[in-house]
Structure formats: structure tokens, C-alpha cells
Write a protein that binds this ligand. Structure first.
Ligand SMILES: NC(=O)c1ccc[n+]([C@@H]2O[C@H](COP(=O)([O-])OP(=O)(O)OC[C@H]3O[C@@H](n4cnc5c(N)ncnc54)[C@H](OP(=O)(O)O)[C@@H]3O)[C@@H](O)[C@H]2O)c1
Length: 261
């Protein structure tokens, strides 16, 4: 299960090293988070071989022109102290009129140059993802988007399954909002698990979803990794699906977000 970090903690390198020692292998970062340097240091400090780690970063919307894109990738690799990332996402679609064909060409070029093993998009709606797939000379493998029980992503998930894209779910804990949710708390009590574990298990059990919970607390990290030895019943899954609500979306920057599905 993935682990991820944002630039809120002053000890990014230590947190990354701890996560890797606990068994996390998927690390999600982005140029925009300002954490790439810490992630690179943490990987080195952990002693875990680079080849055993699935490292993902993203190119920000400011750099979607081909030349800017290539420079951003170079800068990310330098900060991460690595020659390649395992997955490179476009962080948000352009709202500045940059042709998607140009950005997809640059994304494919990063892959062809060996700087990204796989490529994908983040925060694209279905129509934009379809267009990106059509325009990109290399196959896209991942659509990263927000997903947790308060947000209905059934259309996007069905699309990803059909298009053979992994749905990489960000904010899988609703950025903490789920911890006040009585239905999940009740299920967690009945299972002898925590709210975080039940919320993450609900995502795992749907299939075709990679999760990237963020934590700077080693106890939380260990807990979030320990979700593969229990099962939610169909009834429990349904109760959690029923928590979706129209205002459930968290990451919705005005002027940047596409028309969501
Ligand atoms: N592509 C995008 O545009 C985009 C946007 C947003 C996020 N993301 C990615 O998704 C990742 C996760 O999203 P997020 O940070 O917004 O939200 P999140 O993972 O849903 O929630 C993070 C919060 O949950 C807490 N937490 C984590 N595990 C816990 C546990 N087992 N028990 C109790 N509390 C726990 C963390 O606090 P503690 O530190 O105290 O554990 C933190 O406050 C980010 O780090 C980033 O990599 C991508």
C-alpha cells in the first residue's frame, strides 16, 4: 500500500525513512509539495534499495509546455537523487490554454528517455483522461484522483476499470474528516479495528485502487498498513458507500479544477 507526504512536516526525510522501514514501498510526492528533497534523503537513509521502491512524482500545472515540463522532470530527479521515477503524473490539467497534445508529448518523452517507468494523469475528468490517452504516444497507467467514503467516484472507477487504468486514490482518509463519522466508528468497534483501517479497507476491497494515505505518525503508519487480514461484509461495504454526499469533495481549487464527473 502506498504512503505519501505533503510538505507540512519539517522532518520529511525521517518520516519517509520510517515508512520504508515499516514496509511501505509506494511513495507519492510532487514538485509542488516541496518534499522531493526530503523524500530523496529519506530513501537513502532507509537503506531500502531504490529498485524495491515505487516512487511517484508530478509535474505542476505551471510547467505543462514541453520545454518547461522537461526541466521540471530534471529538477525533480535531482531533488529525489534518482535517475528515474516509477510513475510520473501530470498534477492538474492546464487551464492556461496549453495544448494537451504538447503536454502528452512531453510526458511520453520523459518515459522514452527512461526518466519515468510509467506515466499517468491526476485530477483529470473522464473526458480529459480519454483525450490524454488518445494523444499520449505512450500508454497511461494511472489516474490519480480524490476518493474516500464521502465522495462518490463510481463513474470514474468504472471508467478506470474499463480503460485499464489504476485509480490512485488521494485523501483516502478524507484528510481526517472521516474520524468523526459515526457509521465507520461503529463498524470499526464491531471489527476491533480503527476508523482509519476500516476506511482504507473499504477502498482496498473495491479492487483496482492504489491508496496513498499521508501520515507523519509512526503508529498511524503501522496501523494503516495493517488492513490486509480482515474483510468487510457486503452489508458493511454498502453502509460505507451510502455515506457519499454532494459536498464531499475536498480538493477543488477554483479556476483549476475541471468539471468533475
Ligand atoms: N494529486 C493531487 O492533487 C493530490 C491532492 C491531495 C493529496 N494528494 C496525495 O494524497 C496524499 C494523502 O492525502 P491527504 O494528505 O490530503 O489526506 P489523507 O491521507 O486522507 O489524511 C491525512 C490525515 O490523516 C491522518 N492519518 C493518517 N493515517 C492515520 C491513522 N491511521 N489514524 C489516524 N489518523 C491518520 C494524518 O495525520 P497524522 O500525520 O497525525 O497521522 C493526516 O492528518 C497526500 O499526501 C498526497 O500525496 C494528491
Amino acid at each position: 500500500m502506498p504512503e505519501s507526504f505533503q510538505g507540512r512536516s519539517g522532518n520529511c526525510a525521517g518520516i519517509v525513512a520510517t515508512a520504508l522501514k515499516l514496509g511501505y514501498r509506494h511513495i507519492d510526492t510532487a514538485w509542488k509539495y516541496g518534499t522531493e528533497e526530503g523524500v530523496g534523503q529519506g530513501i537513502r537513509a532507509s537503506g531500502v534499495p531504490r529498485k524495491d521502491i515505487f516512487l511517484c512524482t508530478k509535474v505542476s500545472h505551471e510547467y505543462l509546455r514541453a520545454a518547461d515540463f522537461a526541466r521540471s522532470v530534471e529538477q525533480s530527479l535531482k531533488r529525489l537523487q534518482t535517475d528515474y521515477v516509477d510513475l510520473l503524473h501530470v498534477h492538474w490539467p492546464s487551464t492556461d490554454g496549453i495544448p494537451l497534445s504538447e503536454t502528452m508529448g512531453a510526458l511520453a518523452q520523459a518515459k522514452r528517455a527512461g526518466k519515468a517507468r510509467h506515466v499517468g494523469v491526476a485530477n483529470f475528468n473522464i473526458a480529459l483522461t480519454e483525450e490524454a490517452m488518445r494523444l499520449c504516444p505512450e500508454p497511461l497507467v494511472s489516474l490519480q484522483a480524490e476518493y474516500h467514503p464521502y465522495l462518490d467516484q463510481s463513474k470514474v472507477l468504472a471508467f478506470c476499470r474499463k480503460a485499464e487504468l489504476v485509480f490512485t486514490a488521494y485523501c483516502p482518509l478524507g484528510r481526517g474528516r472521516l474520524f468523526r463519522e459515526p457509521v465507520i466508528a461503529e463498524i470499526a468497534r464491531a471489527k476491533g479495528r480503527t476508523v482509519a483501517q476500516v476506511a482504507l479497507r473499504w477502498l482496498v476491497q473495491q479492487g483496482n485502487i492504489a491508496l496513498i494515505p499521508r501520515s507523519s505518525n509512526p503508529q498511524h503508519m503501522a496501523e494503516s498498513l495493517d488492513v490486509f487480514d480482515f474483510t468487510l461484509t457486503d452489508e458493511e461495504m454498502k453502509r460505507i458507500f451510502a455515506l457519499k454526499r454532494p459536498d464531499g469533495r475536498i480538493a477543488n481549487p477554483a479556476g483549476r479544477a475541471p468539471a468533475w464527473d
